[in-house]
Design a protein around this ligand. Structure first.
Ligand SMILES: Nc1ncnc2c1ncn2[C@@H]1O[C@H](COP(=O)(O)OP(=O)(O)O)[C@@H](O)[C@H]1O
Ligand SMILES: [Mg+2]
Length: 315
């Protein structure tokens, strides 16, 4: 089968994830190129080992860079810890105020505490950048090339982690608010409250986008090998628990040739994993991509990958 439904105008966000080295970047980039035929498309990398630049053979980095020769396709590479560092810098006063008004910590302890990260915040900040791009509305399709599984799962669960942090922070604030109200008779919201409310809104925006099946879809990429299949199964069950829409799976590096002993043996060894995926996920659309003789680098090779992903075939 081929990837289906991605051309639907309602579908805005498509995330690719899976084990390291299985072909996420190649599949995500080839998909973005295909979508850019009809839609203004932005491909976003949240993998710290950014490789869209290598794949497209064009320097990307942060900021939006249009791809040479394609007015409809742009790329950007998000650096998660930089996104958090920027957030901390922007909100330093409010974060300090939160701790000063709600704890007995002295200034030194507060500084030390602020050096520690807030659980889930790096990923939430990456996601916030994705949502900010989406809300600016400069593009019609957003394709995300995520880092290997653990990171993708943190990205998906980051709103839950941050929400727990906000709840504790809000409780601390509530005690402070109660104290002020009892002394002064009333309480006026300050910038720290506004920061917590803003973060809560971000969490809600991410949660509602991730669970909106018409707007968002996650596509796992896998190869027919033991470790990759086990990791994909864990990824899929986490996605299902988080109610993230999942309709299709890409199985990459599939040996098709039977022209030599090596090819035949490789093909036979892959078959049991292909069968395992088919029996475990009967309702998922399985998209088979052959193992090419060369790596997927540059527009020409990406074109080959795109053909495999989008040409209807019988598996
Ligand atoms: N079907 C394929 N045939 C041959 N090489 C492939 C195929 N898919 C990906 N590759 C190559 O495998 C390597 C890993 O692919 P990549 O897309 O970077 O994986 P990931 O993003 O999951 O780490 C790259 O060198 C890429 O060019
Ligand atoms: Mg990659």
């Amino acid at each position: 089968m081929a990837l289906t439904g991605l051309d639907n105008a309602d579908l805005k966000l498509i995330l690719f994830g899976g084990k390291g080295g299985v072909g996420k970047t190649s599949c995500a980039t080839a998909t973005a190129i295909e979508l850019s035929k009809n839609y203004k498309t932005l491909i976003i990398s949240t993998d710290p080992a950014h490789s869209i630049s290598d794949c497209l053979e064009q320097k990307i980095g942060n900021g939006i860079h249009f791809i040479d020769g394609n007015q409809n396709l742009a790329a950007t590479e998000i650096v998660a810890d930089q996104a958090y560092a920027d957030f901390k810098k922007e909100n330093e006063k409010e974060l300090k105020n939160l701790l000063e008004t709600s704890t007995n910590l002295d200034f030194e302890d507060i500084d030390d505490l602020l050096k520690l990260t807030i659980p889930g915040i790096d990923e939430v900040m990456s996601f916030k950048m994705i949502i900010d791009f989406m809300e600016k509305g400069s593009f019609e399709k957003y394709v995300v090339d995520t880092a290997p599984t653990g990171h993708a799962l943190r990205l998906i669960s980051s709103p839950i982690m941050l929400d727990q942090w906000i709840k504790v922070a809000a409780k601390m604030r509530w005690k402070y608010r109660y104290m002020i109200t009892s002394f002064a008779g009333s309480y006026k919201q300050d910038k720290t409250d506004a920061l917590l409310i803003g973060l809560k809104k971000t969490v809600k925006r991410i949660e509602s986008l991730l669970s909106d099946v018409s707007q968002c879809q996650f596509i796992p990429v896998c190869i027919p090998e033991s470790m990759a299949v086990s990791e994909t199964m864990r990824l899929i069950s986490s996605l299902q628990k988080s109610n993230v829409s999942l309709r299709q799976i890409i199985i990459n590096n599939v040996m098709v040739s039977e022209g030599c002993d090596f090819c035949r043996e490789r093909k036979a060894s892959q078959q049991k994993y292909l069968d395992q995926i088919s029996t475990t996920y009967p309702s998922l659309n399985k998209v088979i991509v052959p193992l090419f003789s060369t790596e997927v680098r540059g527009l020409e090779q990406l074109g080959r990958m795109k053909m495999s992903l989008f040409t209807v075939k019988n598996n």
